[in-house]
Design a protein. Structure first.
Ligand SMILES: NC(=O)CC[C@H](N)C(=O)O
Length: 345
């Protein structure tokens, strides 16, 4: 029991935690969190309020999507904001967005429980008498339909065209692509492959997104067809997992996942370490890597494979978020690498 803030109501979701110390606006608007109740380990959340959304060419500059995507928010203390560009408080924002939150929780104890027992389903409610039944499991629901666009959306005016298979893409990814001079065409994630190829893209991005990648065999098939066309492909997070499944690998549920803005990944070939942003509850280990792909990055803490490169085709993928948002920009060179491959093709 704690103190409710944000919207009134009752929501069910998978309870997961992030150890990010800042960036709650970007985190809460990341569509990959659909279906999840998010616990912040950082004790003070809300300090700098919530800004007016800023947009350039239809791409959001300071949020990852147009809405708060999590089902509910759990914090130790919700603070009064003080910042020049704060338009409203976390409480006001969550109220407008219809998302319930709770403060006054011993979040460190709760996170210890999640670490020991693994991510689990939970209920957040502003009404103690409301006891909905937990009759669904996060792992069994395809959330991509809730966050993927229903029709094509175009950003940028560059000479080279990229298709983004949009499973709930973070606007930070779009910004990195538009900023490198591409026309970016976002397509619904269940688009038939011939509709994607009819756009004549010079490269394809399979985006981040919510839920269990094993529920998306159609998307893996689309990936395989596009790979056969020998088009350059960049897979990010869910896109990395779909790549692994498409090429004959395996993706498993992790006990409590990686959600933070300071996770190390080590490049296998060079031994270089990059500090990166993560938000994933599924992952793969060396045994799960598909034939013809090699490990590009690994997390040195637990050995999770954090990136793959195809041995022959121009396909590379990252489990982490090279666009950061929020987080350090150590890995933004991955977009430069992809841009170079697309332009040389
Ligand atoms: N950020 C993402 O794309 C997350 C991918 C997937 N839903 C996972 O949790 O592992």
């Amino acid at each position: 029991m704690g103190c409710g803030f944000g919207a009134e109501g009752t929501r069910i979701g998978e309870v997961v935690f992030t150890t990010a110390m800042s960036g709650y606006v970007e985190t809460l608007t990341d569509p990959s969190y659909k279906g999840q109740i998010l616990v912040f380990s950082h004790p003070l959340i809300g300090n700098y309020g919530v800004p007016e959304p800023l947009r350039e060419d239809g791409v959001l500059l300071n949020m990852e999507s147009d809405h708060v995507q999590v089902e509910g928010v759990v914090v130790a203390e919700e603070t009064i904001p003080s910042k020049w560009n704060s338009k409203e408080s976390l409480h006001e924002w969550l109220s407008d967005e219809g998302v319930p939150a709770i403060s006054g929780i011993d979040t460190r104890m709760l996170i210890k429980k999640l670490r020991e027992n693994g991510s689990m389903m939970g209920i957040i409610s502003s009404n103690g008498d409301d006891k909905p039944s937990l009759d669904w499991r996060y792992d069994e629901v395809d959330f991509t339909d809730a966050v993927s666009p229903h029709s094509i959306i175009v950003h940028g005016r560059g000479e080279n065209r990229l298709a983004v298979v949009d499973c709930g893409v973070k606007h930070g990814i779009l910004r990195e692509l538009v900023g490198r001079g591409f026309t970016v065409v976002r397509v619904p994630c269940k688009s038939p492959v011939d509709e994607i190829l009819a756009l004549e893209p010079q490269g394809v991005i399979f985006s981040n997104g919510p839920g269990n990648p094993n529920l998306l065999p159609g998307l893996a098939k689309t990936f395989r067809y596009i790979a056969e066309e020998k088009l350059p492909i960049l897979g990010i997070c869910l896109g990395h997992q779909v790549a692994a499944l498409a090429m004959g690998g395996r993706v498993r549920k992790m006990k409590f996942g990686h959600r933070a803005v300071n996770k190390p990944v080590v490049e296998a070939r060079t031994g270089s370490c990059f500090v990166t942003t993560h938000n994933h509850g599924y992952g793969m280990y060396d045994d799960d890597v598909p034939p013809n792909m090699k490990v590009w990055f690994r997390n040195p803490d637990d050995g999770v494979v954090e990136g793959l490169i195809h041995e022959e085709l121009p396909i590379f993928t990252t489990q982490f978020h090279p666009e950061a948002r929020a987080g350090p920009r150590d890995a933004s060179w991955i977009f430069d690498k992809f841009a170079k491959v697309v332009r040389s093709g």
